[in-house]
Design a protein around this ligand. Sequence first.
Ligand code: NAI
Length: 332
Amino acid sequence: MTKVTLIRGDGIGPEVVSAAMETLAAAGASVEWEEVRAGLAMHKASGEALPEDVLASIGRTRICLKGPVTTPVGGGFSSINVALRKQFELYANLRPVKNMPGVASRFEGVDLVIIRENTEGLYSGLEHEVAPGVVESLKIATEKACTRIARFAFEYAANNGRKKVTAIHKANIMKLTDGLFLRCARDAAKDYSDIIYDEAIVDNASMQLVMNPHQYDVLLLENLYGDILSDLCAGLVGGLGLVAGANLGENHAIFEAVHGSAPDIAGQGIANPTAVLLASIMLLRYIGQAESADRVQAALRKVYSEHRALTRDVGGSASTREFTAAVIAALK
Ligand code: NAI
């Protein structure tokens, strides 16, 4: 049994996380959940959004499955996601973006991997008021973090049969910060001669992605561009319900859906648990339970390709429970 910290999260989080737990149990995954609470509901209940026992649990288990948490806009407590990434130095955010069979989307055959720097850039939280009516936000880039994420991207490409890494930047304007990011990417590229390296300016890359996503393979991005373009890429394959991400550090890993807590549909039992299931599949592979991961993956693809019991966001009419039951029934 591998102990894994579990955070159900806010909004649709508890609904989709329960679906994943049931499916993993039915697939024979050998996981013992250590459940802790974080997020808006926890903040309302206890005054703390990210209590100490959450950090202690992840520190101990080193692995976490996390449902989405609500972050107040423009005030309130700081992002739990950003805090967790910083606390455990989860410097790499890995998001595979691939079509699901049978889901109508803008493009077929999309197979991209987004690798986002997760610890600095404009997410450093260094914002202040310079004078009334004037505020400042600092974008931080360090050689250490830029090199670490660039090497991660090339290593990932080399180990996963990927052919090309494209660094996305705005170094024409942000000559120092994005300039450093590019320099580190170019340096890393020199050690991976089998992998094609190229670069694209973020505005052009956004247009290229919606015109012809097939030209890209692995995308290497700093924090903000990675955040924005990963949602854009989710839109290429059918939406946020279908993309998962891993936050990876040297010693700890947190797996989650890319989507948020979806307050507009929370409590209605209609959320799509696919993204958190895909996150669970990544988690199972990470802890060496490839067999269970393969079973869940095959069941998911079967349910999608037969267009059975799909949820509304992907053109069906099934509830979260009906979809989950179909995936469990499709497990071999
Ligand atoms: P969102 O991803 O929660 O929702 C965007 C749209 O996609 C909504 O219409 C929602 O109904 C739909 N959607 C999302 N996931 C779905 C699913 N599994 N099945 C069916 N439809 C789904 O983004 P939004 O509304 O911008 O953010 C809501 C809250 O979530 C905010 O407080 C935000 O800070 C938080 N958030 C948390 C994240 C995390 O914990 N990793 C990531 C992104 C946002």
